[in-house]
Structure formats: C-alpha cells, structure tokens
Write a protein that binds this ligand. Structure first.
Ligand SMILES: CC(=O)SCCNC(=O)CCNC(=O)[C@H](O)C(C)(C)COP(=O)(O)OP(=O)(O)OC[C@H]1O[C@@H](n2cnc3c(N)ncnc32)[C@H](O)[C@@H]1OP(=O)(O)O
Length: 431
C-alpha cells in the first residue's frame, strides 16, 4: 500500500459512528492474502454472486492495483468474523469532461452491506466517509455506476451519462451506411489485450463520461479473467484500417435457438471504434453474421448512429437507462476542469445538505470557453441542488429538464448554452 489514496487514514467521523454500534470500520490491507480473501468473499456475497474459487481470489488480488482503497466494516460477533459485514472499494480515475479533457474523480464501487446488518445506516456511514475521503484527496468529483437507482441521490449523486440497450432485428436490415475501407479480422482475446486497451485509451478523451481504466475492469471485457463462465463463448474481432492500423474491436457471444438454427441471438458485449470507418465496419459485420436473427448490444451511447445506417429505422429498438452517476464535491475545481459553450457570468447558488458544494458561486466563462469560479455574495442568477449540478456537469442533461423536475430554478436556455456538451456523455463500462 503505497499510494496516497490507499494510505489515507480511515474517516474518523464514520469510524466513531459505527464504533458506537459495536462495529469496526477500517482499511483492508489488499496485499494480505487472508485479509483480502475475507473482504472479497464479503463483497461477492453482497452482490449475490457465486463463491469465487481460490484461483479467482488470487487473480483478483494480483490485479488489484496499488491505488485501490478497500474498506470493511467488521462485527466481531458475526457468524464469520473475518469477513466484513460491509465493503467498499474506491480509487482515483480520470473522468472525461466537456472540453475533451479529464478531471480526477473518486470511483466508488463494491458498496455492500450484509443482509444481517442492512438498514442500520452502515451504507450511509460508508458513503459519507468516501465523500470526505475524496475531498481529503483533493478529488473534486465522485462517481459510480449503480445496482439500484434509488439509493444514491440522497448522497448528492445524479445520473450524468445515460446509456442504451439496443435490439436489432437483422432480417429487417439492409446496410445503407458507409462502406468501410479497412478489414474486420477474427482475433483471439489475447491479441486484443494490448491493442484493444490502446484503442480504449485513444478514444477516452473524445467523450465526456468515459473514465480511465485497466486491470480487471479491462480483462473481464475480453473474458480473460479467471473463472469467467462466459469466456468460452466470447468471440473477438478487430477492425484494421486500410493501412493495417487497429482502429476498433468488438466482443460478442452467440446463443443458439435449438428449435431453429437460423434464429440465433448475437449479444455484443463491447464495441469500441476510434474512427467512423471502424464503427461502420464492425457494426456491418455484426449485423450480417449468418444464422443470427437478433443482435443485442448492451451499454451503448444515446447518440448511437446505427439506426441511420440501415434502411429500416424500426428494426432497432432502444431502451434507455441511467448509467454514470456524478457527485460534485469541490465546485471551483470541478467547474474549472471543464469548458463551456458560451461566454458570460453566471452566479449559481447550490444547495447541498452534506455541505461539500453548498454556497453561491460566480462562474465566469471567457471567449475560449475556459472558466474561473469564485465564491460570491452576489445575488444568484440560478439556484439548484447539488444533484442538479451533477446532472448538468457532463453536459448531457438539459437544464430545462431539471427545471421541469424541480431541482433547478433559473434561465434554462442560458444554462444550456453554457453547459450542454457538443457530444453526448457516455461511459462504456460498469465499474
Ligand atoms: C456503487 C455500488 O457499489 S452500487 C451497489 C450497491 N449494493 C448493492 O446493491 C448490494 C445489495 N445491497 C446492499 O448491500 C445494501 O442493501 C445497500 C448497500 C444497498 C444499503 O445498505 P444499508 O446499510 O442497508 O443502507 P443504510 O441503512 O445505510 O441506508 C442508507 C439510506 O439509503 C436508503 N436505502 C438503502 N438501501 C436502499 C434501497 N435498496 N432502495 C432504496 N433506498 C435504500 C435507506 O433507506 C437510507 O435512507 P436514509 O438514510 O435517507 O434514511
């Protein structure tokens, strides 16, 4: 444990609150095999997953990375006292913001509380501790992807990047999009281990909402993590441009319909394209796989151009959901990290029950779109909850929507001119 995020002492407020309830909140040493195993088994159980094998536990520990901060809540009277009754795992990651640059953010994950200890305020103690930890680490923003959308708004988080699942009825599809100039190649997952991650990294700054990642979050997409039951079914393709440079890849799985061999389903797990040419080449390949009648793709951007590249718009059905949730902790640092679409001065009053972002702030945007932010006593032009600020932050949620929903009061049109991003935010993974 050598990085600042892992070394920072445990949050004293939450430690004391849980200690009053007979519980021990502490940092878990991820380098200690027994300690890690207890933590990992608790986290796995918390998500109702199968008990992992020794090989899986060892691999996950090896891939942990030095910046991971593991936290556990221990109850010495619990049935398995070496396993925490609650867990979190957090780390700093770069979050792309409008202006195609990144802000350092606290990624919060692995939030579980054992069934035996639920609804006693343990998750609240953990979440509030993580928000204070992020501030102590000078991280202006916290972020998470969620199992349930009912939990995190009370901590100031809001959906900032939505995503879509798409289902394509391939029999109705004739490709009308561009003809890709390069080639789709069948490759092994191993061949994508480095090339694929290099492409992910190349496109990361092109979209607000994308985050930096590697390790297990990457290898699991290729089925390269130990004990992955879906691995044998995964197929991997790479798109190389006319010069032979890899520009995209996809990972998919085909499920047979035993009653009709021409009715298979193809599920796209991942599709990453660095160029429009690669995008067209990969999608066309996937839509034209023989014996397949339905193609599904999980976690796609809300502005996916696919429907415009086939002759039957209604052959593609979409369903939209919240994906990346964002929580602003440090208003000046967060708001100056991104750029804006219109110059001007806007005084924003922010209501934050947890205090981090509360106050009245003057946002001064220059002609280049760069901003300065200062605390002010001037009257506010707009007022909003910290949740509304999180929703606006990546430029994907219209201010008019938030005005209608009641989280924001003020000139929505002006806010949109400043805050809306020219490209829709999107995060292509769960974390
Ligand atoms: C980023 C991530 O890791 S997402 C993964 C979240 N984890 C899971 O879904 C795993 C299964 N669930 C669990 O482990 C637990 O039920 C948790 C972590 C969701 C909640 O833990 P608990 O300790 O029971 O929550 P806690 O008692 O602290 O409640 C905190 C607040 O959230 C509310 N809350 C907790 N769980 C839920 C829920 N599932 N739905 C709605 N509200 C909830 C509580 O009512 C409480 O509200 P209040 O403080 O405003 O009165």
């Amino acid at each position: 444990m050598s990085t600042p995020s892992a070394d920072l002492p445990i949050d004293e407020t939450s430690r004391a609150r849980l200690a009053a309830d007979g519980l021990r909140l502490r940092i878990v040493d991820g380098t200690d095999a027994a300690e890690y195993e207890g933590w990992f088994l608790a986290e796995t159980r918390g998500f109702h997953n199968a008990r992992p094998s020794a090989e899986v536990i060892a691999e996950r520990q090896r891939n942990l990375g030095p910046d991971r901060r593991l936290v556990g809540v221990y109850d010495d009277t619990a049935g398995i006292p070496e396993q925490p009754v609650a867990t979190t795992i957090c780390w700093p990651a770069d979050l792309t913001v409008p202006g195609l640059r990144a802000v350092p953010a606290w990624a919060v994950s692995g939030v579980t509380v054992a069934q035996t200890h639920r609804r006693r305020g343990i998750a609240r103690a953990l979440l509030e501790a993580e928000l204070r930890t992020a501030r102590a680490l000078d991280l202006p923003v916290a972020m998470l992807t969620v199992s349930e959308s009912t939990i995190y708004s009370r901590f100031g988080f809001s959906p900032a990047a939505l995503a879509r699942d798409v289902t394509v009825s391939t029999r109705r599809v004739r490709w009308t999009g561009p003809t890709a100039q390069g080639q789709v190649r069948l490759v092994t997952p191993e061949q994508l281990r480095e090339d694929g991650l290099a492409i992910v990294e190349r496109v990361r700054l092109a979209r607000p909402g994308q985050i930096s990642y590697s390790g297990h979050l990457w290898t699991r997409q290729l089925g390269l993590s130990a004990g992955d039951p879906s691995a044998p079914k995964l197929q991997t393709i790479r798109y190389d441009d006319a010069d032979g440079t890899p520009q995209g890849f996809a990972v998919y799985e085909i499920t047979e319909d035993p009653s009709d061999f021409a009715d298979h389903r193809l599920a796209v797990k991942t599709l990453v394209a660095a160029t429009t040419d690669a995008y067209a080449g990969l999608w066309r390949y996937l839509l034209e796989v023989d014996l397949v009648s339905t193609v599904t793709a999980h976690l796609r951007p809300v502005d996916e151009p696919l429907r415009w590249m086939i002759d039957d718009f209604r052959a593609v059905r979409v369903s939209e959901f919240d994906h990346l949730w964002v929580r602003v902790l440090d208003v000046p640092a967060a708001l100056t990290a991104r750029t804006y679409g219109a110059a001007g001065r806007l005084v924003i009053a922010i209501n934050d029950p947890l205090g981090f972002a509360a106050g009245t702030w003057a946002l001064d945007v220059g002609d280049t779109g760069e901003a300065t932010v200062t605390a002010t006593d001037d009257p506010a032009d707009v007022s909003m909850s910290v949740n509304a600020l999180g929703a606006l932050y990546l430029g994907g949620v219209p201010a008019s929507t938030l005005v209608a929903a009641g989280g924001l009061a003020g000139d929505a049109e002006r806010l949109d001119r400043m805050f809306r991003a020219p490209v829709e935010p999107y995060l292509s993974i769960w974390f």
